[in-house]
Structures are given as C-alpha cells and as structure tokens.
Design a protein around this ligand. Structure first.
Ligand SMILES: [Zn+2]
Length: 75
C-alpha cells in the first residue's frame, strides 16, 4: 500500500490534507523533489504527501521532517 491514513493539519490558517506515503512508486522512474529543501526524496523513504484546499492535483511530496518545518504557502 502506497498511502497511509489521511489527516488534516492547519498551518498559519491554511488547512492541509496530509497523507503518509511509503516511498514506493508504481513506476520505477518516478521521483519526487521536496519543495521545502529541494532535495530528491530517495526511493523507498517514507514521507508525507500534502495538499491545500485547491485539491489533490496540487499535492506535494515532503520529507517528514521538512513537513514539520513547513509553514506554507504551498506553491
Ligand atoms: Zn525536504
């Protein structure tokens, strides 16, 4: 299973939907770059997927530690 339970988090008045991700991709070539530190998330590294009220099309993958530090806005 790729995704864990969904939860919501509020950062500076913006509601984010947050889900854990196992780090395993359906396609081997898929990679993600964390928008907070701009470093690639290594394959197989559990991390966080989050999106704001604009919807899951705008979801971003963050390192778990980076998500804790992130205060928005989601670009
Ligand atoms: Zn990061």
């Amino acid at each position: 299973m790729l995704y864990g339970a969904k939860r919501t988090e509020n950062k500076r008045g913006v509601e984010y939907t947050v889900q854990t991700h196992s780090g395993n991709a359906a396609e081997d070539t898929k990679t993600w770059t964390c928008p907070f530190c701009r470093i690639l998330i290594s394959k197989g590294t559990p991390h966080v997927v989050a999106w704001d009220e604009r919807g899951s099309d705008g979801r971003r993958h963050f390192h778990s530690e980076c998500w804790k530090k992130f205060q928005g806005p989601m670009l």
